[in-house]
Design a protein around this ligand. Structure first.
Ligand code: SF4
Ligand code: SF4
Length: 284
């Protein structure tokens, strides 16, 4: 079972939901795919060990062999190569490492090198039987998706897998959510929350996986998010109240299921609900 926790924007509480769900289930693999700012371990405090680098190939041009035909610049969809009158220029940070340019070069003038764009780290907590993996994108590197994809190569399908997705609705979110069985969209009951939820719903519907909504900070704002979910037939899986107790624990970096056991049972109910949704979708 693979569950992605996503949100249309940052700061809605998806990391809170991912961490508390993992702790409530007590036996899970948690992948923090928010590789520009992985936050799960701020709440878990595991000892993390580096597993590997994430390498991305990039082309290097031998100007002695190059005939300036310009075919490599023409094929590059990401404008990482510019064909000038006297040379070919390369912009490695724009390169997606697709290898197209080296394939098209008839002169053998393009070699591929690799550079590290990030790392994968792992930590294990035996008391909760939770394995946490997170990716860290190197500062100034623009491409999160290769780190997310390599992180997901560590998925262990013999257990429940919870993915903390990047915020927003761009490519990294799609990379994080695409192969999941279910997506939990976390939002808050405000006009901004509704606006971002509508965008996120659009993305998840296009990907084509079942999904439901968690309303965080329930009690602030208005009922528009709930009305939207009812109108769109989207299940509301959980409402987490805007309360002092939870806010104080959050500010101390303590997952609230640790101090408020009733919430462990709420998250386990949510998980059973998700399992039921998947079973009915698949006709089981
Ligand atoms: S395709 Fe090869 S020969 Fe042509 S411009 Fe690019 S590097 Fe030079
Ligand atoms: S490897 Fe792909 S993305 Fe990178 S420069 Fe070549 S064609 Fe462009």
């Amino acid at each position: 079972m693979r569950i992605a926790i996503a949100s249309g924007k940052g700061g809605t509480g998806k990391t809170t939901v991912a961490v508390n769900l993992a702790l409530a289930l007590g036996s899970a693999q948690l992948l923090d795919c928010d590789v520009e700012e992985p936050n799960c371990n701020l709440f878990l405090g595991f000892d993390m060990e580096k597993q590997e680098d994430v390498f991305l190939p990039y082309p290097v041009i031998d100007q002695h062999k190059c005939t300036l035909c310009g075919r490599c610049a023409d094929i590059c969809q990401f404008n990482a190569i510019a064909s000038l009158s006297k040379s070919i220029m390369l912009f490695p940070k724009l390169c997606h490492g697709c290898g197209g340019c080296s394939l098209i070069c008839c002169e053998g003038a393009i070699l591929e090198k690799v550079r590290s764009i990030g790392t994968i780290e792992k930590g294990i907590d035996d008391s909760f039987n939770i394995e946490l993996l997170h990716g860290i994108l190197n500062i100034s590197e623009p491409m999160a998706s290769p780190v997310i994809r390599q992180l997901q190569e560590h998925i262990d399908d013999s257990t429940v897998v919870i993915i903390d997705s990047p915020p927003g609705t761009a490519c990294p979110v799609i990379a994080a959510v695409a192969d999941m069985d279910y997506c939990v969209l976390v939002t808050e009951p405000t006009p901004f929350g509704l606006n971002d939820l509508v965008l996120a719903v659009d993305v998840v519907r296009q990907i084509g996986i079942p999904f439901g909504v968690v309303i965080n900070r329930h009690g602030i704002g208005d009922d528009a998010v709930e009305e939207y979910c009812h109108a769109e037939n989207i299940p509301i899986l959980l409402k987490i109240p805007f309360g002092r107790d939870i806010a104080v624990l959050y500010s101390k970096g303590i997952p609230f299921v640790k101090e408020m056991p009733e919430w462990g049972s709420n998250f386990r109910d949510m998980y059973r609900n998700i399992c039921g949704c998947i079973s009915s979708e698949s006709g089981v």
